[in-house]
Design a protein. Structure first.
Length: 51
């Protein structure tokens, strides 16, 4: 799976994007699962792992 993150916290924006994408014939065939959640605190541990 993939995780996509945005600074825009407006879930209505996500809903509108999904509504627009579902009109594309390839989109529903490509999707197994879509979930949305709000990240309240983001901790990036990449530098710890890479060093």
């Amino acid at each position: 799976g993939s995780l996509y993150v945005t600074d825009n916290e407006d879930m209505a924006n996500l809903f509108l994007a999904i509504q627009a994408l579902r009109t594309r014939s390839w989109f529903p065939k490509s999707v197994r699962d879509i979930r949305a959640f709000r990240i309240e605190q983001w901790s990036d541990f990449t530098p710890v792992v890479k060093s």
